[in-house]
Design a protein around this ligand. Structure first.
Ligand code: PEP
Length: 279
């Protein structure tokens, strides 16, 4: 069963929260919890912490040797230049960043990022060996007008336009309905799973188009995450779904206990995948 091979990912997006001192304290709490979880679970999910830019240089060294990965919340696509306030891929690499969120809904809707710049950022990330997590999701009026699949399909198609077929395997997609982010409203798990399966089909057809159907990459291997008011109390249901391979967590990732409970649910999903693979 294909699900068994997919990586399970739990990523924490700390948004514009925490000074570097506070970020260090939260990181230490999370790492202590991860250590005790790994004493009981052989295989943990891929864990990613995405602090604010100002804390990357503090959090990164704390993660060294722990297996927990460092992520940034955004980046510009240019290497350097007169772009006041922006951060380049080279600067993220310099801080040993592994992942970068691309096209988060707050970037799209509060800061005017477009599908076109999302594509530039994503391609720049891949060109520099940073792993992009492409965020997509519909607004509430789009959902009410039954435009969810069209909007999400367009965002995935635009975000992945013209990427090298060999790099599809480096991409993760996060389905984050805008109306569920930071609102306490979660997308019902079966519906989130349905949209994630639409995303997977879109990825498969894009890959076929770009690769001439080389069959080297299988969209069934791409991790697709759900995000939007995920908490310890609702993560298990999401992770029971076939097409949901983890979570991008905002608010709940600022609380070590909550985030660790979400990581534990991710570890249960890894265990389930391995057991399925053994059959
Ligand atoms: C997010 O920032 O990607 C997110 C999903 O936020 P929250 O979990 O707070 O809804």
């Amino acid at each position: 069963m294909k699900t068994a091979h997919r990586q399970v990912i739990i990523a924490g997006n700390w948004k514009m929260n925490k000074t570097s001192k506070e970020a260090a304290a939260l990181t230490e709490q999370i790492l202590a919890g991860v250590k005790s979880l790994s004493a009981n679970a052989k295989n943990l999910p891929e864990i990613i912490l995405c602090p604010a830019y100002t804390s990357l240089a503090t959090v990164g060294p704390l993660l060294k040797g722990t297996g927990v990965k460092l992520g940034a919340q955004n980046m510009d696509w240019r290497n350097e230049g007169a772009f006041t306030g922006e951060i380049s891929p080279l600067m993220l690499l310099d801080l040993k960043t592994n992942y970068v969120l691309i096209g988060h809904s707050e970037r799209r809707h509060l800061f005017g990022e477009t599908n076109a710049t999302t594509n530039l950022r994503l391609k720049a990330a891949l060109a520099h060996g940073l792993k992009p997590i492409l965020c997509v999701g519909e607004m509430i009026d789009e959902r009410e007008n039954e435009l969810t699949d069209a909007v999400v399909g367009r965002q995935v198609g635009a975000g992945l336009t013209d990427i090298d077929p060999a790099q599809f395997s480096q991409v993760t997609i996060a389905y984050e309905p805008v109306w569920a982010i930071g609102t306490g409203k979660t997308c019902e798990a079966k519906e989130a799973n349905r949209v994630c399966s639409v995303i997977r089909k879109t990825v498969a057809s894009l890959y076929a188009r770009y690769s001439g159907n080389g069959h080297k990459f299988d969209a069934a291997d791409m991790p697709i995450l759900y995000g939007g008011s995920v908490k310890a109390s609702n993560i298990a249901e999401q992770l029971k779904q076939e097409h949901i391979d983890g979570s991008l967590v905002g608010g709940a990732s600022l609380n070590a206990e909550e985030f660790l409970a979400i990581i534990k649910a991710g570890a249960d999903r890894v265990k389930h995948n391995l057991a399925a693979a053994a059959h």
